[in-house]
Design a protein around this ligand. Structure first.
Ligand code: GLU
Length: 502
């Protein structure tokens, strides 16, 4: 029988959630759901120096917003808890001791000063095969001294003893066979002086304890894979090891290197899923959500960063992604991030999304527009008129605020030079006969007919009319706007416009 599919997203809660992290979570989620498996959130918080208050809750909120909610997590514990590594602290040390007892790891007593001095002496110093025998550790010190140092609780770490001249090889689900030369890997710390495991030990112990079957993680973790593989082997768990899939990097728009938060700041686009406020500095970094992205669009865009279904199809609902996802179609090459394409996804999604849902998003996003003073029916009509024009929910302000507040006439200058008393007279007459019960079509016909009787080309009065109603040269069909504003408001804006243009 195939073993149960259990996958995990294992972020360190240290700050904003990078879109690459969300994509990792998403691919784990898609794989789990496709196989009726379990998607787990495990919080990797063993580095106490990097603890950031609020970061875990923020990650949970981001996953929630994206609709990729974990089946097991600190908030929703299953049978494999706790789901925070800091709460599992006592489980790691016995494995570190076992590795030492079996000769796969050793205690190292070098003080920070001694290590600093070594680094001073050898600028490329790595604690490993070349150097370990000149350091203060259980490989070099007499057994009695080691025993007494341990008995007196002398601060020490546990390091893995990387074997000499071995190839560590495994089959990555995306990359195929991958090999590492153990001579090139240093003796990483497994257990720190404070008794906390490092990432390397914790990830292996926890993946085993949580019966993780497959690991999808970013390519940046590939260099750590040989350490993890050896630990699985040294702990005697080789047959239980998960299958690995190292996801392609998400690259800067120019393809040169990994996309960082700084690239977003520099180029003016978000990199985090949701806005992150650094609790220390108060610095606020805008997220995709607050930039006006629908979560469905964000998730859809992420799915296509390094994966496609081979048919050219681009718009996918989450359940469609679950059905279509396949590891075979994940590319090995890095995926360039393209913000214009991200906006295209959002635009397509806004067009696809029901007015009901858009209304909720819009009401949540704008508390300063006079949205609450209008009826739902009116708001929905506005949404239907402008949704084609929105690249993001935030564009609603620019595209629709004139439906709620009188606009400032910012483009009066483009009308004024050609403004004439005849035009003013035409608008007065047109305004006077507007009747709410006439359909928009009729307003348009009247407008054209009246213009002609006054010797004006409809084209000459159309732009002034638009500017009167919306303040500038934009917006949906001008008669649709007028009709929705109603005869009274349209009349008032025409009168204001006549004054502004004269
Ligand atoms: N804690 C690691 C991170 O922050 C997890 C890496 C892994 O999935 O093994 O991404």
């Amino acid at each position: 029988m195939e073993k149960n599919i259990r996958v995990r997203f294992a972020p360190s809660p240290t700050g904003g959630l990078h879109l690459g992290g969300v994509r990792t979570a998403l691919f784990n989620y898609l794989f789990a759901k496709q196989h009726n498996g379990t998607f787990i959130l495990r919080v990797e918080d063993t580095d106490q120096n990097r603890f950031v208050p609020g970061a875990e809750e923020y990650i949970v909120d981001c996953l929630d917003w994206c609709g990729i909610t974990p089946d097991e997590s600190p908030q929703k514990p299953g049978a494999y808890g706790p789901y925070r590594q800091s709460e599992r602290k006592s489980t790691y040390k016995p494995f570190a001791d076992q590795l030492v007892a079996d000769g796969y790891a050793y205690y190292a007593f070098d003080t920070p000063e001694e290590l600093a001095a070594k680094r001073e002496e050898l600028p490329n110093f790595l604690y490993g095969q070349q150097t370990r025998m000149s350091m203060r550790n259980s490989l070099t010190l007499p057994a009695e001294e080691v025993a007494s140092l341990l008995a007196s609780q002398t601060p020490h770490v546990v390091r893995i003893k990387m074997p000499e001249n071995e190839q560590v090889t495994f089959t990555d689900m995306i990359r195929g066979q991958v090999s590492f030369d153990t001579n090139l890997v240093d003796d990483k710390v497994l257990l720190k002086a404070d008794g906390m495991p490092t990432y390397h030990l914790a990830v292996v112990v926890d993946d085993k304890a949580m019966e993780i079957s497959h690991v999808f993680r970013g390519e940046e973790w590939l260099p750590s894979a040989p350490i993890h593989l050896l630990l699985w082997k040294y702990l005697g768990w080789e047959s239980l090891m998960p299958q690995w899939a190292h996801l392609p990097l998400i690259l800067k728009p120019d393809g040169h290197g990994k996309l960082s938060k700084r690239d977003g700041d520099r180029l003016g686009f978000p990199v985090y899923a949701m806005t992150w406020t650094d609790p220390k500095t108060g610095a606020v970094t805008e997220g995709f959500k607050e930039r006006g992205f629908l979560s469905q669009a964000f998730v859809n865009m992420l799915a296509l960063l390094g994966w496609n279904d081979g048919s050219g199809k681009e718009i996918f609902l989450l359940p469609e992604l679950v059905a279509a996802f396949s590891v075979d179609r994940i590319s090995k090459a890095g995926a360039k991030f393209d913000f214009e394409k991200a906006k295209w996804f959002n635009h397509e999604w806004i067009k696809l999304t029901d007015t009901d849902l858009l209304r909720t998003e819009i009401l949540n996003a704008f508390d300063d527009l006079a949205l609450k003073n209008v009826t739902t029916q009116y708001l929905d009509q506005v949404i239907d008129l402008v949704k084609e024009r929105l690249n993001g929910i935030t564009d609603f302000r620019k595209e629709a605020s004139f439906f709620f507040d009188d606009p400032e006439i910012v483009e009066a200058d483009s009308v004024r030079p050609k403004w004439t008393p005849e035009k003013a007279a035409f608008f007065e007459a047109f305004a006077a006969q507007l009747n709410n019960s006439d359909p928009a079509q009729q307003w348009e016909e009247q407008f054209k007919a009246m213009a002609e009787t006054k010797g004006l080309k409809p084209g000459e009065v159309m732009l002034p009319f638009r500017i009167m109603l919306v303040g500038g040269k934009f917006g949906p069909g001008v008669f649709d706007i007028a009709k929705l504003l109603g005869a009274d408001t349209t009349q008032q804006r025409i009168n204001k416009g006549i004054i502004a243009f004269s």
